[in-house]
Design a protein. Structure first.
Length: 154
């Protein structure tokens, strides 16, 4: 079964994280994707991505603590979590230099690779970037990436 990783921005949308009304279609899409992918893929979330998402939901978006806690419980049931180990951190340092990714995005990429993810869903990383068998896909792109489309087919 294919393993799909999630970046913080996709997690935030899946939790109903709305900053502006234009976010509503992304929220709906993220929530639908979670439901569909849960049936056909192993879903994983790097602890780094979860931490970033919780920070945005509770900080910037000022969601009530009970709501954020409920979201964490839901994610705990849906996702296998990927720890940020010293090996992941060391590899991310080299990866960010080599591929010009931001450091924390590099941590998420390297964590996903460390657990054999084939897909990483992210709105703000390089759409279509491939490294060590991992393809970064923007699930909100105008044109749906063929790999994601194949996973979301009925």
């Amino acid at each position: 079964m294919i393993r799909v990783g999630f970046d913080s921005n996709v997690l935030i949308y899946s939790a109903g994280g709305e900053r502006i009304p234009a976010d509503l279609p992304k929220i709906a899409l993220a929530q639908q994707m979670l439901l569909k992918l849960a049936l056909v893929a192993e879903m994983v979330a790097p602890i780094q991505a979860i931490g970033e998402a919780v920070g945005v939901l509770s900080g910037v978006m000022r969601k009530p603590e009970l709501q954020v806690s409920a979201t964490l419980e839901k994610w705990n049931a849906l996702f296998e979590t990927i720890p940020t180990t010293m090996d992941v951190m060391a590899e991310a340092l080299q990866f960010s230099r080599r591929h010009r990714f931001q450091h924390w995005d590099s941590v998420i990429v390297c964590a996903a690779v460390s657990t054999d993810c084939s897909v990483l869903l992210s709105e703000d990383m390089q759409d279509g970037f491939i490294w060590r068998g991992l393809t970064v896909i923007n699930p909100f792109a105008e044109t749906v990436h063929p790999l994601l489309a194949s996973l979301l087919e009925p």
